[in-house]
Design a protein around this ligand. Structure first.
Ligand code: ADP
Ligand code: MG
Length: 630
């Protein structure tokens, strides 16, 4: 007799048939995890009651019945009675696993052993996912402790039938009649071949704790064939597909470095060993095992929008999501790994997971773990940290800049900059610790390379006084100082653009004394410079260019590279060393030979450009000008 699905079920079934899942292949994961649940239940009985059962004999067998186009998943788990068949497979509001767990809780004294039984999922839609790939599903089942076996059958939305049948042993066979291929070639037929099925088991169910077996072809020498002239025939033998014990569930001391490395490389498409492994085993409000890796090399596409970060999410050994982004904050999305929690529900949608409180708790804990690992690397394995920073430092900086520096507090201590005095990368904290007693600023200088900054005339005075300067060689660095403004209450100051009055006070009168000369220079150079003034920074060099307030030269270079049409220009302040011979020559020429004086202005200005790493406007004019002096 045809029975109708309960209304809710029918709706769900319709969704399955018209497939809301993009990955239809997960049906096998669902059916296998149901088989595993059923075995869990019977195993529980075997462990807690007096029975003759062999607790080592539990298994899940896959069969490809190619002749009839059936994919069959068989288990020797607890099975279902006729009523259970009707309830469990006809209604979604009722989840058998959920019910079972509740019974366990209520059962007296069961609480200890209850933990021993992992029951996956309050999911409720799992079984119907078979209809994504099958046009008919037959379930043949015999419940533990009963004599009769039953057959449930459905071709989808029309309903289902249940009748008595024969089955020798306890357990369940799920027989899926695989759909014919439509427009997409091999869309369904792939599930009728050994290798794709094997791959699916490996991908989604590798860590199911019971063996998943299937007959696989093996070539053997034909009887009578010789070694010189070998002939092979295919023999089918059962092969166990899954490795059964997840690495992350083993104790830390029991896993070798090699095993971690292999696991990482196999799972995350990398041929280089990871730089660091972070493991966590947490039992409490939420329980989970996590195993995370910091890659040695930047993952493919890491700095592009196509990059898919996130961790693999498992629920008791069953993969639920391959890239769960919600487990990692953006700034740590270079971390790869797995999280396995028995407390997570196998939710259908990513949206639902996003709001999952348990997931949020796990994510917060993982972030702390990663942070602690990086901190310890920074302190105790400095070289390793620098290696890490070479690849991912830029990412940390970009994240620190995100949202107007909202993550400053979280990320500032992970940033490194080259130090003029230490000749190596240092943290801001280390810089501040070394500051001179009367030093108020964190000095930095921006340029294309360490060598280029070293040569900058503006750095001379500070170096002379042995004051440490941070070298900003990455084009994001200045945005960091600009966004952060301060670190531990010490404001950043640009050696190139800032006006710093060091202890030798600048003589206020200088600007007045040389006012005429400065005006002359300004006039000679016209629009090319905005301000001309005496410098407080120069010692042996005659001239330098600073940008004063507003955007800096490094920012100008950055914006020009991004979009030249923006026309973003830094202010040009020409600073002169009034003690320098060049300035004295200019002073002299101004009274004796105005053209020569103008030429000197031009030379000084171009020199300043060159030193600042900015292009000179007309190189051939400039060389002609220089030659005119000989
Ligand atoms: P869930 O697994 O979340 O409970 P499913 O839709 O996957 O939801 O399965 C519905 C119910 O059908 C299960 O709870 C279980 O009671 C029953 N069931 C499914 N497959 C089997 C099986 N192989 N053996 C025994 N019971 C099964
Ligand atoms: Mg299920």
């Amino acid at each position: 007799m045809q029975k109708q699905f309960q209304a809710e079920s029918r709706r769900l079934l319709d969704m399955m048939i018209n497939s809301i899942y993009t990955h239809k292949e997960i049906f096998l994961r669902e059916i296998i995890s149901n088989a595993s649940d059923a075995i869990d239940k019977l195993r529980y009985i075997a462990l807690t009651e007096e029975t003759e059962m062999d607790i080592n004999g539990f298994e899940i067998i896959l069969t490809l019945d190619k002749e009839n186009r059936n994919l069959i998943v068989s288990d020797n788990g607890i099975g279902m009675s006729a009523e259970e068949l009707e309830r469990n497979l006809g209604t979604i509001a009722f989840s058998g696993s959920g019910e079972f767990a509740k019974n366990l809780e209520n059962a007296e004294g069961a609480s200890d052993t209850a933990e021993a039984v992992d029951i996956i999922g309050q999911f409720g839609v799992g079984f119907y996912s078979a209809f994504m790939v099958a046009d008919k599903v037959t379930v043949i089942t015999k419940k533990y402790g009963e004599d009769k076996a039953y057959k449930w059958e459905s071709e989808g939305a029309d309903g289902f039938t249940i009748e008595e049948t024969e089955k020798a042993s306890v357990g369940t066979d799920i027989i899926m009649h695989i759909k014919a291929d439509g427009e997409v070639e091999d869309e369904y037929s792939q599930y009728m071949r050994e290798y794709p099925v094997y791959k699916l088991v490996k991908k989604y169910s590798d860590y199911i704790r019971f063996p998943i077996k299937m007959l696989m072809p093996h070539p053997v020498l034909k009887e009578g064939s010789t070694e010189e002239n070998p002939e092979f025939e295919e023999v089918f033998e059962y092969e166990v597909f899954n490795s059964m014990v997840p690495l992350w569930q083993r104790r830390k001391g029991e896993v070798s470095d090699d095993e971690y490395n292999e696991f990482y490389k196999q799972n995350f498409n990398d041929d280089t060993d990871p730089m660091s492994v972070i493991t966590a085993r947490v039992e409490g409000m939420v329980s989970y095992d996590a195993m995370m890796f910091i890659p040695t090399r930047i993952p493919n596409k890491f700095y592009s929008d196509d990059f898919e970060g996130g961790l693999q999410l498992y629920s008791s050994g069953v993969l639920i999501m391959e890239n769960c982004k919600d487990l990692l904050p953006e700034h740590f999305n270079f971390v790869r790994g797995v999280v396995d929690s028995p407390d997570l529900t196998l939710n259908i949608s990513r949206e639902m997971l996003q709001h999952d409180r348990q997931l949020k708790l796990i994510a917060a804990n993982l972030e702390k773990k990663i942070k602690a690992k990086l901190e310890s690397m920074l302190k105790e394995e400095r070289e390793k940290y620098e290696e890490f920073y070479k690849g991912f430092g830029r990412h940390l900086k970009l994240c620190a800049l995100d949202d107007y520096g909202a993550k400053k507090e979280q990320l500032q201590d992970f940033l490194l900059f080259y130090s003029s005095t230490e000749k190596k990368l240092v943290t801001l904290a280390e810089y501040v610790e070394r500051m001179k007693p009367d030093q108020e600023h964190i000095y930095y200088a921006s340029g294309d390379s360490i060598e280029a900054i070293d040569r900058m005339p503006q750095t001379e005075i500070l170096k002379d006084k042995n004051i440490e300067i941070l070298y900003f060689t990455d084009n994001t660095d200045e945005f960091i100082s600009d966004m952060f403004r301060k670190y531990q209450d010490k404001p950043f100051m640009s050696v190139i653009d800032g006006d710093f009055n060091l202890s030798d006070e600048k003589d206020e009168r200088i600007d007045v004394i040389f006012q005429d000369t400065f005006e002359f220079i300004k006039e000679a150079l016209g629009d090319k410079v905005d301000v001309v003034k005496a410098s407080t920074k120069l010692k042996t060099h005659p001239v330098c260019l600073s940008s004063g307030e507003g955007i800096t030269f490094e920012m100008e270079k950055y914006f020009t590279a991004v979009n030249p049409e923006l026309g973003m220009k830094a202010k040009r302040v020409l600073e002169l060393n009034v003690d320098h011979n060049a300035f004295l020559s200019l002073e002299k020429a101004r009274t004796e030979d105005e053209d020569r004086a103008k030429a000197i202005c031009e030379v000084l200005y171009n020199q300043a450009l060159l030193i600042a790493g900015l292009p000179i406007e007309n190189p051939s004019d400039y060389t002609d000008l220089i030659c005119s002096f000989f």
